[in-house]
Design a binder for this molecule. Sequence first.
Ligand code: F6P
Length: 566
Amino acid sequence: MKTRPGTTHGRPESDRISTMKKKLKPLTQRPAWKALAAHYQSIKKLHLRKLFADDPKRGERLTASTSGLFLDYSKNRITDKTLQLLVKLANESGLRARIDAMFSGEKINITENRAVLHVALRAPKNAPIIVDGKNVVPDVHAVLTKLSGFAQRVRSGEWKGFTGKRIKNIVNVGIGGSDLGPVMAYEALRHYSDRSLTFRFVSNVDGIDFVEATQDLDPAETLFIISSKTFTTLETMTNADSARAWLLKGLGGDVKAVAKHFVAVSTNAEKVSAFGIDTANMFGFWDWVGGRYSMDSAIGLSTMLAIGPDNFHALLAGFHEMDEHFRTTPFEKNLPVLLGLLTIWNTDFLGAETVAVLPYEQYLKRFPAYLQQLTMESNGKHVTLDGKKVNYQTGPVYWGEPGTNGQHSFYQLIHQGTRLIPCDFIAFGQALTPLGRHHDILMANVFAQAEALAFGKTAQEVKAEGTAAALVPHRVFEGNRPSNTILARKLTPEVLGKLVALYEHSVFTQGIIWNIDSFDQWGVELGKVLAQRIVPELESPACPPLKHDSSTNHLIHHYRNLKGNL
Ligand code: F6P
């Protein structure tokens, strides 16, 4: 990877980016966008049945792969011209320059004036990346070394709790990016985890989350990881306080116990210390790592404890391979770019409002939840980089469940409902623990679902089966419903890294084309501020005068009444 300094020709990055943006036409005025709009009109009635019938090699042609990850995107409602125009749109949107800007540490998160450098978290030692004149890669590796040392001490039993007992339970306390990545990775890589350790994840401020996670644990054997980039998040700090109280109560009240049972992962040493955690037991990261892009930073401590440092390094290597693929591969063969462009096509031209992510791999059961934050906190934006309201749709709603469970629940709507729901199927050639015929049956279902969605079943075909005339319309499958299929040999730490990076960079691609800031999250602020204002109104013994709207006032009174405090 080449070194590219964080400031260019003595100009601050924000200037450089706004200069760059000025050269771009608004999205809907770019020639490729206009051409895509016209092209859509000419192909909107084309059915996947015809596209496949006219091109017997389509299913082999419209695929791309990199280092063991294979993407079949042939079941999208596209032609070769669609692809050419989408790639043209990427070029007209300056995607290549923006990829380079991200990888070189430019401050592309302009509303927070920050670099966006999750790619530095998995950069090899000899690949410098400069932010504000400093190479950040050695710091990344120093934290990784510290994490590995700590993980080894806990896993080997060398690290003892306050009473001298070995640590057997690890509880990660965090929310959003400080929870979803760790819990997803733990579940995804459970096959590789040390089964003598118990892992729990507490995120919700609903006390039940903490109570249920700890009710069967022995405090003397329990280590809490307080994971919070800011170390100010209300949910996490409330749970961290409860954790400390729970531990002290269980261990006789000596505050010295905290040092043996609490570690922190944060960017905020001051707050960590104020909470009472020795900063020697703190693992740091940096403001250029967004919360939803942080599972491969020290936020991944629980992952490393579960699967061990070597597997964690394999995960990072997988991320890095996809980073390099994204950075260097022509857009026509670039998996994240293709995935991102197809999402633009489905969202802005076909009118899809959601994307269903359907892993046919039970270990990936939390992957859709993880992707929800990654995609929707990133691209749920309504203004462009220069603050203008967009006149096109941005980030779609991501959702999903592992197959085959979803088939017996919501797939009905995907097959025969009135909405267009593009699907991403994710599946593997090998089960991690083969069991009889299970894996072939599982895989038969993936292929069958994608086939049924694309090709459906015509009225003629239904009639030919001898179906009663009145039932024919009910049994017709229109088909023409787009999907991608992503395949890999098996779910390893490395493959998980590639998969996550694939979606990270797909989100990036979308954000660049939509010309939005995919790296801020101002939309979560208002609710946080209002909640802080309401807390005392619920807690005070007498209800203070309320100055909300009539609905909120009434709800607060009703709540106080229900809890018996009026
Ligand atoms: O509220 C949104 C958010 O800021 C996320 O972006 C972040 O992942 C989460 O809260 C948790 O933040 P922290 O790690 O600072 O506790």
